[in-house]
Design a protein around this ligand. Structure first.
Ligand code: UDP
Length: 312
């Protein structure tokens, strides 16, 4: 049993991570300022004897009493909608938040686990993306607040590893989706499912030919825990290598929800990556991990969740 601090523990990914750790017998300290996290994501855990919630802004403070075996830094708004809405907060949690997390890990001789992102590859010129690819990021574009914050976070993590011999992990996530995404999160999976359930037009940006590789949240959590437990520094890509165009995703959502919503074309946002797909060689060979959930199944589970949450 370990005592693990999870920043962003009330968020979409963080709350699933809390669930899995509590289930497997670990003690969880969940830290979140609820800027994009939601109290409802952890309300089933708050009375558990091995769960504690600290309502802190990890960009400002991260004082945790008692022993700490690992710090998992999962806190960050992650939707392109947030890049315009709260850009400075995103830069702060990637920089100050990462620094405070690293310091907490260093003081406790704990493992520091960074939830980084495929966005470090920007609009990639190499396809699929191996961890050795350095990326193609516009440093002053609208997505840079997230991309560069995560690139800084990776650099800071490696600096602590080299300078203080800190035990670290870096995971790069690819388009994770599933229950507990915010219905108004703004990302394509949540938007399309909610629109389909409401019978509203699906808002497809551009001609829908851009691709993403969508990873169901249970697979993402399993991959990240395999990395945490492995002792491997990384970075390691965790995602699903089945690649879909956004137009194909729209069709899959309409089929899974039995919806006859039309598809509406809207302008493509600036710097929107044209393609994205993880190279999973390291995840497979080092972690022995493999994603299990196909897109159609994951969409159905997510749609069931939204239908209940929104009474649709
Ligand atoms: N997208 C879309 N309609 C939406 C939201 C997003 O067509 O309502 C597109 C978006 O332009 C991008 C892809 O879907 O090409 C994935 O967008 P998302 O925001 O989910 O993730 P990210 O761009 O960060 O990979």
């Amino acid at each position: 049993m370990a005592r693990i601090v999870i920043t962003g523990g009330a968020g979409f990914l963080g709350s699933h991570m809390c669930d899995r750790l509590v289930e497997r017998g670990d003690e969880v300290v969940c830290v979140d300022n609820l800027v994009t996290g939601r109290a409802s994501n952890i309300e089933h855990l708050v009375d558990h004897e091995r769960f504690e919630f600290l309502p802190l802004d990890v960009s400002e403070e991260l004082d945790v009493e008692g022993p700490v075996d690992a710090v998992m830094h999962l806190a960050s708004p992650a939707s392109p909608v947030d890049f315009d809405r709260i850009p400075i907060e995103i830069l702060q949690v990637g920089s100050y938040g990462t620094h405070l997390g690293l310091e907490l890990a260093r003081k406790n001789q704990a493992v520091f686990h960074l939830n980084s992102t495929s966005e470090v590859y920007g609009d990639p010129h190499v396809h699929p993306q191996p961890e050795t690819y350095w990326g193609n990021v516009n440093p002053i574009g609208p997505r840079s607040v997230y991309d560069e914050a995560k690139r800084f976070a990776e650099a800071m993590t490696m600096a602590y590893h080299r300078t203080h011999d800190l035990d670290v992990r870096i995971v790069r996530t690819f388009n994770t989706y599933g229950p507990r995404m915010r219905p108004d999160d703004g990302r394509v999976v949540s938007n399309f499912i909610v629109q389909a359930l409401k019978g509203e037009p699906l808002t497809m940006y551009g001609d829908g030919s851009q691709t993403r590789s969508f990873c169901y949240v249970d697979d993402q959590v399993a991959g990240q825990l395999a990395l945490l437990d492995s002792g491997h520094v990384g970075p390691v890509n965790i995602g699903n290598e089945h690649e879909f165009t956004v137009a194909e995703l729209a069709e899959k959502v309409l089929a899974a929800t039995n919806s006859s919503s039309p598809i509406e074309s809207l302008p493509l946002p600036k710097d929107d990556p044209t393609q994205r797909k993880p190279d999973l060689t390291i995840a497979r060979s080092v972690l022995g991990w493999e994603p299990q959930v196909e897109l159609a199944e994951g969409i159905t589970k997510t749609a069931t969740h939204f239908a209940t949450e929104l009474n649709l």
